[in-house]
Design a protein around this ligand. Structure first.
Ligand SMILES: [Zn+2]
Length: 262
């Protein structure tokens, strides 16, 4: 099928929008959605320093590319990348080469073996449903003071965010104020520019526009294989593609309500 906007050969059909898109219009669509998410949430603030949580995987490399595009040549906003050292040399190599190519300062922090116990402490509410993600969030947001960044961007996709909403709604955490009540240390604000973009579109985006990185890395499906909830949800979304969008919208509405009443 030809692109719905210009008639050139399409690379993707979006069942939720009914559009076929060529590479150029697909790129514009992804960037437009991510920019709209940032704008609607007032996430881009002059004078602020932004860090990208860069694992070296597909999604985080796409996020770095997006943040660089978003900030462009602005002198009043600073961008850096932070990576928790991991055992995947391919991912570390990706992180290094993409930050070098983009001229973005890159910081590596050592891996901490904190275990699950710490993740499930009572004060930890309203964050990722996945212990591994939560561990990473917790560790990276704590670097805010040392590395002098105020905002930390994560490459969570539509499906990641939908699962986060679902688990928070079920557990009753959604209506509580987010945060780490027991901690005196300053933490970074977390933003998720890709929360309205399906994982398969981010995969395609990376393959088309971040040349050279896809060959070295395994495609991520957004959900850890050892996560039974994630696996069930992925199967459910295949049959009901509108559900993750509905969940993300519910999450946004609940947050608005929570902020109004509190
Ligand atoms: Zn087109």
């Amino acid at each position: 099928m030809g692109c719905s906007k210009c008639g050139r050969p399409g690379v993707i059909f979006q069942d939720y929008s009914g559009l076929d898109l060529c590479p150029q219009h697909f790129r514009e669509d992804v960037l437009h959605k991510a920019k709209r998410t940032v704008r609607q949430n007032h996430w881009l603030v002059p004078g602020r320093r932004y860090a990208v949580a860069l694992s070296g995987g597909l999604k985080s490399c796409a996020l770095l590319d997006f943040m660089r595009t978003l900030i462009g040549g602005r002198k009043d906003v600073h961008l850096m990348a932070v990576t928790i050292r991991n055992n995947d040399p391919g991912a570390m190599e990706n992180a290094q080469s993409i930050t070098e190519a983009a001229g973005i300062p890159w910081f590596i922090i050592p891996e901490v073996d904190a275990g699950i116990k710490q993740v499930n402490r009572p004060g930890a509410i309203n964050k990722s449903p996945f212990p591994a993600h939560e561990q990473i969030e917790s560790q990276l947001t704590l670097m805010a003071e040392e590395l002098k960044f105020g905002t930390l961007a994560f490459g969570y996709t539509l499906e990641d965010h939908a699962a986060w909403v679902l688990l928070n709604v079920i557990s009753g955490n959604m209506t509580r104020k987010p945060g780490y009540p027991d901690e005196p240390r300053k933490r970074a604000r977390i933003i998720r520019p890709f929360m309205h973009i399906p994982g398969r579109e981010l995969d395609l985006y990376t393959r088309l526009f971040l040349n050279g990185y896809d060959e070295k890395m395994q495609a991520e499906n957004g959900i850890p294989v050892d996560n039974p909830v994630g696996t069930l949800l992925a199967r459910f979304y295949n049959r009901h593609p509108g559900v993750p969008y509905a969940l993300v919208n519910i999450g946004e509405q609940v947050k608005k309500f929570r902020d109004q009443v509190s």
